[in-house]
Ligand binder design. Structure first.
Ligand code: NAP
Length: 287
């Protein structure tokens, strides 16, 4: 039986990929820098992320790769290790990497790293599938402390519209791409089912947890100060986030794609359903 490798398997999406594969009875090998704390299904073999280590890629037919690094530097050794042993890589890209645009022409550093990895994979001789997801619903957990503390979420860009996506829907697509023929050489733009401004996302989370939450708009200066004072938010990401939001706010409204229902046969999950599932994270009761 061939084995599936899942990289970064304690992450938002990779954990779901590893679980879905394991529950289907597939052989799964997953990476974590702390394998003993990974809390994955028992049948999953957990290894460290050193893909050159003896046995790391034995019997691996297809791999799910995401990019947890803050540069493209590890890309070449990782892709080189994979291409020696693995037939097919499903890569979750990010950072707004624009398809068909050279890494150095990409709009921001994060897009440049992701485009670099995409290009290396595409030139490696392996079969590949690229998943390009929209904003994760898990990003709304950035508001969880404010929601636990009161009914107001303060931030800027409240009218900024997004198509938030459930991490498990991305994982479902990844599993189809890993386990079925026909996804090779494809780049899928994955979105959630609705176009939702941030303020509306807050209202829907409130509805799901049974509290009347509302958005309060901050100026950019106030928002910068708030994020820098937040011990859980990485300081180095503040300017990038604000610049990214300003760019998204000036761009045309994002569009919902049909890739999730087309590939999985099930509708993409709504934010209301995701919020009900994650109610405990916002101080509500899990449904
Ligand atoms: N958030 C969004 O809205 C969004 C939207 C589109 C695309 N993306 C892209 O999605 C990716 C992030 O996915 P995610 O949120 O599912 O990941 P995540 O939750 O941040 O988890 C990534 C996992 O990778 C492992 N990891 C971290 N640093 C590592 C390192 N240096 N070496 C090896 N493993 C490492 C960690 O596991 P261990 O600690 O167990 O090793 C971690 O659990 C990024 O490429 C991002 O650009 C995000």
């Amino acid at each position: 039986m061939s084995t599936y490798l899942v990289f970064g398997a304690t992450g938002n999406v990779s954990r779901r990929v590893a679980e879905r594969l394991a529950w289907s009875g597939a052989a799964v090998r997953a990476t974590s820098r702390t394998p003993e704390g990974a809390k994955l299904p028992r049948s999953v073999e957990v290894i460290t992320p050193d893909l050159d280590a003896p046995g790391a890629l034995d019997d691996v037919d297809a791999a799910f790769l995401m990019w947890p690094f803050h540069s493209a530097e590890p890309a070449r050794p990782i892709v080189d290790a994979l291409k020696r042993r693995v037939r097919h890589v499903v890569f979750m890209t990010g950072g707004g990497a624009l398809p068909g645009v050279a890494p150095k022409e990409q709009p921001n550093p994060v897009a440049r790293w992701h485009a670099t990895v995409e290009r290396l994979i595409e030139q490696s001789g392996m079969e590949w599938t690229v998943l390009s997801p929209s904003t994760f619903m898990t990003n709304t957990l950035w508001w969880s402390d404010q929601i636990k503390a009161g009914d107001i979420v303060r931030g800027s860009f409240g009218s900024l519209a997004m198509t938030p996506i459930h991490e498990d829907d991305i994982a479902a697509v990844a599993v189809h791409a890993l386990t079925e023929p026909g996804h090779e050489g494809r780049r899928y733009t994955l979105t959630g089912p609705e176009v939702l401004p941030q303020a509306e996302q807050v209202r829907l989370i409130g509805e799901a947890i049974g509290r009347p939450l509302r958005w309060q708009e901050l100026t950019l200066e106030q928002e910068r100060a708030r994020l820098l004072a937040d011990p859980d938010f990485p300081d180095g990401f503040v300017e990038e986030l604000l610049a990214g939001y300003a760019k998204m706010a000036a761009a045309p409204l994002p569009e919902v794609t049909s890739a999730i229902p087309d590939i999985t046969g099930a509708p993409a999950t709504t934010l209301s359903a995701w919020a009900a599932e994650h109610a405990a994270n916002f101080g509500g009761e899990q449904r």
